[in-house]
Design a protein around this ligand. Structure first.
Ligand code: COA
Length: 187
């Protein structure tokens, strides 16, 4: 009898993955917040659609979208940014990371996050931030990954993403391999 060995792969998302990603993000909206389909599409294509004035807004989208597959089935995704292109010291951001429910707690989240961090190294983005609502189990994930809690903010309004009107507490996590505190927390 042939024994099947699971093959987990992290790769950049393609347009054919978009439906899966949007569906999962809607299902997990309480943990992930809302990001429009167009933003995922831009992270795949590398350009922003419908930008009103190229003088004010860059046509280039620097976000990247990654997916995790198991034996060729999609099981999760991660949307990340990698800092301003010309900045001397770039800080990336994990905007969303999600594994579908039946694929969790099997080290795939860890693999996905590590692949995104490794991708950042190639373009000299070594440090990252992430936000995680205080009421989510995922706080244990960021802590297990050695990320440092550096503060908190309040949730943003769904009408205006510049204002923090929600009472939901969002913990802010930081990953910086040069950080002395990080070394201490990792023992
Ligand atoms: C957060 C998430 C991506 C983690 O992925 P995962 O595949 O379940 O996590 P992993 O199995 O790779 O776990 C990595 C480490 O985190 C720990 N961890 C992950 N989820 C945990 C939980 N709910 N409770 C306690 N520890 C947890 C694991 O024990 C493991 O620790 P170890 O390396 O010391 O053994 C996944 O749970 C998820 O998609 N959650 C819903 C969406 C979400 O909340 N996203 C984050 C929003 S901030």
């Amino acid at each position: 009898m042939e024994k099947q060995i699971e093959k987990t792969i992290i790769r950049q998302a393609e347009l054919k993955d978009l439906k899966y990603i949007v569906d999962l993000s809607k299902k997990e909206s309480l943990s992930l917040g809302f990001i429009p389909k167009m933003a995922y599409e831009s992270a795949i294509n590398g350009f922003r659609k419908g930008v009103p004035s190229p003088k004010r807004w860059s046509m280039v989208c620097n976000d990247k979208l990654f997916v995790c597959t198991c034996n060729n089935d999609l099981v999760g995704f991660c949307l990340a940014s990698f800092g301003r292109v010309k900045a001397i010291y770039k800080t990336g951001k994990i905007a969303q990371i999600c594994l579908q429910e039946d694929a969790r707690k099997l080290e795939r989240g860890k693999l996905l996050l590590q692949a995104v961090i490794d991708w950042g190294k190639k373009i000299f983005t070594f440090s990252f931030n992430a936000g995680c609502a205080d009421d989510l189990e995922s706080n244990f994930f960021w802590q297990a990954m050695g990320w440092i809690k550096i503060g908190h903010r309040f949730g943003i309004s769904h009408k205006n993403t510049w204002v923090q009107t929600s009472k939901r507490k969002i913990n802010l996590y930081s990953y910086d391999p040069n950080d002395l505190l990080m070394g201490l927390s990792n023992g």
